[in-house]
Design a protein around this ligand. Structure first.
Ligand SMILES: [Zn+2]
Length: 265
């Protein structure tokens, strides 16, 4: 296992929308709880070491297509400027999964090694080749940058627990997508797990509630259980992928009003 070599982990918000609990938690009625609103954020994550800048996920261009009524807060290129990152300097992008809202700007990072799950790659490119992407949470266009990384020799597909960078270990889980990757990051303040869409909201981590969008419900339950066990074993803090409450639980980046950039570690 790697030593702590990561200096900081920030989340950078690029979009938002308000959702009903009954719309985002699978079979929410079974819990017998009142419905209500949840603030849903759309983020990517910035990881800095002494030498390198890395990302998990890259957002998407909401102005070009708001798939689910998302509201643009700051497009990824502007978000990167805000946090002082030139996309061409990014060393690695961990693409948690290939949904539109996670790989939309992947093509900007022309020099980055792209890390993704082998099952994720096989599933989506299989669907692309079979022309069965209609109605899915990704398009052929979304996959172009993944294919370009592959053709450039910059795509690294992982099948099992893999330390992809000193202090950053990636795991492949199923459920929401067949081969989503989550990342455990060793920081000076202790380990942090970026769950991305293996857990969209805190409720899923606390109660094991599945999200409404899945390719395999049982695998999603297993993924939530896996994250819980991993966090307990490592003493790690878990960051869900889309929960706006993260910005209340962690401080804003100094000099930023807190609407976009948040210090997770
Ligand atoms: Zn997402």
């Amino acid at each position: 296992m790697g030593i702590a070599s990561v200096d900081s982990v920030w989340s950078v918000k690029y979009g938002e929308r308000v959702v009903k609990k009954s719309a985002v938690f699978h079979d929410y009625g079974q819990y017998g709880l009142p419905d209500g609103d949840l603030d849903m954020d759309y983020n990517f994550w910035l990881i800095r070491s002494a030498d390198d800048v890395l990302l998990m996920d890259t957002g998407y261009d909401i102005a070009a297509r708001d798939w689910l009524g998302e509201i643009s807060v700051l497009p990824t290129p502007d978000g990167l400027k805000l946090v002082g990152v030139d996309p061409l300097d990014v060393k690695m992008v961990v693409a948690s999964h290939f949904h539109y809202d996670h790989i939309g700007y992947l093509g900007l990072f022309e020099h980055a090694e792209v890390v993704a799950g082998q099952r994720e790659y096989d599933y989506w490119f299989g669907k692309r080749d079979a022309h069965t992407l209609d109605g899915e949470f990704t398009t052929e266009q979304n996959l172009v940058a993944v294919e370009k990384a592959k053709n450039d020799g910059r795509l690294r597909l992982i099948s099992e627990e893999t330390e992809v960078y000193p202090g950053i270990t990636v795991y492949q889980v199923g459920g929401h997508c067949p081969g989503e990757t989550i990342a455990k990051i060793e920081t000076k303040g202790g380990p942090l797990i970026l769950a991305s869409d293996a857990a969209h909201f805190y409720e899923q981590l606390e109660h094991g509630w599945p999200f409404f969008a899945f390719t395999d419900l049982d695998e999603m339950r297993k993924a939530l259980q896996f994250i819980g066990e991993l966090a307990e074993k490592a003493g790690a803090t878990v960051i869900p992928g889309h929960d706006a409450r993260t910005r209340q639980r962690f401080p804003a980046v100094p000099g930023e009003p807190g609407s976009v950039a948040t210090v997770l570690a």
